[in-house]
Design a protein around this ligand. Structure first.
Ligand code: SIN
Length: 481
């Protein structure tokens, strides 16, 4: 289906509903951020398709939950193998639809596949428990059962990994899943669904419904009692709206919302490590990640040498065509992101800040930028940037930097650079975030819990935690009298 895909062709994509690839009456144009070209006409699913998908999901659920864990393991691991085999193709699709550089896209495919491998194994470890009963004639057994059909609303910034992180854990648990991919990245999701088919995935277990009108489509899912869990990655306002909608039929929610990650660099840190990890944590995916460093606090006594080295390393990053193997940073995903970055920079400059490198843009291509901040009230320190701009500000005491770091409603990721073990523990325990990277700017991996506290979300994806989100606890009481 995708074998003809090249940089210069237009593709028509369908939705995956039940066992079929269906065409819809309406379609929408998919525009590449590389050059603004229309690269595809995408199925625009609406209420009719949503109902068909829920029916198929419910029907498939009865069969899938009864399917042995060995079969779940076989299909999921076959899916993972196919994903890795199609690494180049997937990286090209991502480059085309959301601008991720090919070399980074390939890493994302490995990351995406790692969740499928992990959950293929995890399916076998949904252990129940027996508990000593209060009376000799009774036996207590606790089982875990899949919650039911799931709706996943996935983001454009990691269009492969966020699909597999949600889908593999739900499917391993015995759930069926309907994916509503971001309007900007429907092709990656539908391609993954075609690989699911190839891997022998049964009909109705994984469906993909792209749309240009998410509110109209998702209303049907929100209102339908049969959908028992919603897994969403995206913004805080949308997450809150989904939480409200889910309450109407008391669906479970798994919400991965935004971040405003601080990175704190102490004078005792290994500076080369701190710079390498800062670059990694900021410029991965052109800064378009919820866990991206959003503000860097550097201890005053090292701020000058630190900044000059940081600028030197940032200037080495290559901005350009995501299809070129040398490119580190591709275009931003859209005009809105560009406007936001320009307005944050204008604000910081008005408040006495200074651009140390970058700052310029051409079309959606924004140069990797380091900006010195002198006023802590600058918007750039307090709002999610979602772009390749790193604000740096100095601090003098540990106590002050902890309080600045925590002064946010966000609570996803945070980073500490230090060689002092006692300080590392103190900071890890003081920072109010779901993730703390200690001398580590890239803590995400399939084995670990990913998720935030405060307004950054509810629940965890990844590792042993991710599968539990899709399981209900059932208690059996045997009276043997
Ligand atoms: C995200 O920031 O949206 C996800 C990135 C990750 O999984 O590391």
């Amino acid at each position: 289906m995708y074998s003809q895909l090249t940089k210069n062709e237009k593709i028509i994509k369908l939705a995956k509903i039940g066992n079929s690839w269906v065409d819809t009456l309406d379609s929408f144009e998919l525009i590449s951020p590389i050059d603004g070209r229309v690269i595809g006409l995408i199925a625009d699913c609406g209420p009719k398709e949503a109902l068909q998908a829920i029916d198929a999901s419910e029907e498939a659920f009865e069969l899938w939950k009864a399917t042995s864990v060995d079969t779940r393991y076989q299909i999921l691991s076959h899916w993972a193998r196919l994903i890795v085999e199609e690494k180049n193709q997937l990286a090209e699709i991502m480059a085309l639809e959301m601008g991720k550089p090919i070399k980074e896209g390939k890493k994302e495919v490995d990351y995406a596949a790692s969740f499928v491998w992990w959950y293929a194994e995890e399916a076998k470890r949904i252990y129940g428990v027996t508990i000593p009963a209060p009376v000799p004639s009774k036996r207590i057994v606790v089982l875990y059962e899949p919650v039911g059909p799931v709706l996943a609303i996935t983001p454009w910034n990691f269009p492969a990994a966020m699909v597999t992180r949600k889908a593999a854990s739900a499917i391993a648990a015995g759930c069926t899943i309907i994916i509503k991919p971001a309007e900007r990245s429907p092709l990656t999701a539908t391609f993954l669904a075609s690989l699911w088919d190839k891997a022998g995935g049964p009909p109705g277990v994984l469906q993909v419904l792209p749309t240009a009108n998410p509110e109209r489509l998702c209303k049907v899912f929100f209102d339908d009692f049969r959908i028992r869990k919603i897994s969403f990655t995206g913004s805080i306002p949308v997450g809150k709206a989904i939480y409200k909608e889910a309450a109407k039929t008391l669906k479970g929610v798994l919400l991965e919302l935004g971040g405003n990650a601080p990175m704190i660099v102490f004078a005792d840190a290994d500076i080369d490590t701190a710079i390498r990890e800062a670059i990694q944590a900021k410029f991965r995916n052109a800064g378009q990640a919820c866990v991206a460093v959003n503000r860097l606090y550097v201890e005053k006594k090292i701020s000058e040498p630190f900044c000059s080295k940081l600028v030197e390393e940032t200037k080495k990053l290559v901005l350009g065509d995501p299809f070129l193997p040398s490119t580190d940073i591709g275009p931003l995903v859209g005009e809105q992101s560009l406007q936001k970055i320009h307005s944050l920079l204008a604000d910081v400059l008005e408040k006495g800040g200074k651009i140390l490198c970058g700052g310029e843009s051409q079309g959606l291509y924004f140069a990797p930028t380091i900006v010195w901040v002198s006023d802590p009230s600058a918007r750039i320190l307090n709002e999610e940037i979602f772009g390749p701009v790193l604000p740096v500000i100095h601090f003098e005491t540990e106590r002050e930097v902890i309080s600045w770091s925590n002064a946010t409603n966000y609570g996803l990721a945070s980073y500490v650079m230090t060689s002092d073990l006692k300080r590392a523990f103190r900071l890890s325990e003081s920072l109010r975030f779901g993730i703390v990277g200690i001398n580590d700017g890239r803590p995400s991996c399939c084995q670990a819990p990913f998720g935030g506290i405060k307004e950054s979300g509810i629940g965890r994806e990844g590792g042993q935690w991710g599968i539990k989100e899709f399981l209900e606890t059932k208690y059996l009481s045997f009276n043997l009298d």
